[in-house]
Design a protein around this ligand. Structure first.
Ligand SMILES: [Zn+2]
Ligand SMILES: [Zn+2]
Length: 296
């Protein structure tokens, strides 16, 4: 078994609730009904590993992303949340687990109830990553700077190309700040999170079956990143490096790149819509300004 030694962690769990997936089963969705109990066992084990370990939990849907734990982060939240502002305070370890479990369960149920089943967009991954990074920044820059931050994203829906730019910006911010992003995919693969794990040194797992969730959580995601180097973990394998074009938010393998601002387009544009640079139309003049870029 691995040890986390003297370095406590700050883990931000991002869990998404997708009504497009949820409607296939029950109202509260597969994440709640199948995975929540496993996730809570993982969270309790993580907190038992080192009594200084800290946790934050964010739930994201197509219309909101909010902190379910700790609750005092949500103070300015005006989305009509009905949870009490319950903080564990200075209670014993077991009471703390009970508090965390009931707070997260209650919060997820409230979020699921607020979810509009008519939406066709995907959960706000970029928003949740941005909130995680802000929370980590706030809690690791001053006195608690011994905390080793990391983010674990639990995702079940396919990527939304419209979130490509903000998501990549968050991934680059995490990479610059040495914050590993781990990803546990429950249903479909995610190219965004493959890139996130690849760039930040996190671990990417797509579950072979949902029943195996707890096993993967405890085996792969419980140890911190220094301990993982001593473990034999599943390799990342193929990474989907496709980028979304700035014109249609469509994932492209080969596209046109503006040589001034590096915006990506799926078709030739004589004027870059981002920086307004004019390019000679190919065939009329030398096509020096136009470059074809392969994104692997
Ligand atoms: Zn396009
Ligand atoms: Zn440009």
């Amino acid at each position: 078994m691995t040890t986390q030694g003297d370095c406590p962690s700050l883990l931000v769990v991002v869990s998404e609730l997708d009504p497009l997936h949820a409607s296939e089963t029950d109202k509260e969705g597969p994440v709640l009904s199948l995975c929540l109990s496993n996730l809570l066992v993982f969270i309790n084990t993580y907190l038992m590993f080192n009594h200084e370990n800290r946790l934050a939990f964010i739930a994201t849907t197509p219309s909101e992303c909010s902190f379910l734990y700790p609750l005092n982060v949500n103070k300015p939240d005006s989305s009509g949340s009905t949870e009490d502002d319950l903080m564990p305070g200075k209670c014993g370890q077991y009471e703390l687990f009970e508090d965390i479990n009931s707070t997260i369960t209650r919060g997820l149920k409230a979020v699921a109830r607020r979810m509009n089943s008519g939406v066709t967009t995907r959960p706000l991954l970029a928003g949740a990553l941005a909130k995680s990074l802000c929370y980590i920044h706030k809690h690791t820059t001053d006195k608690d700077n011994r905390l080793l931050p990391r983010i674990l994203v639990m995702k079940s829906s396919p990527d939304s190309p419209s979130q490509y730019m903000p998501t990549m910006n968050c991934i680059f911010a995490a990479q610059k700040n040495s914050i590993p992003i781990d990803a546990c995919l429950i249903d479909s693969d995610s190219g965004f999170l493959q890139q996130a794990c690849d760039l930040t040194g996190g671990t990417y797992i797509r579950l072979p079956e949902t029943k195996a969730l707890l096993q993967y959580l405890l085996w792969v995601f419980l140890p911190d990143h220094s301990s993982r180097q001593m473990l034999t973990l599943p390799p990342l394998g193929h990474v989907d490096y496709r980028a979304a074009c700035f014109c249609h938010r469509k994932l492209v393998e080969i596209g046109y790149v503006c040589s001034v601002c590096l915006s990506i387009f799926c078709q030739f544009n004589p004027i870059c819509s981002t920086c307004n640079t004019r390019f000679p139309v190919p065939g009329l003049a030398g096509s020096k300004a136009k470059r074809k870029k392969t994104t692997q």
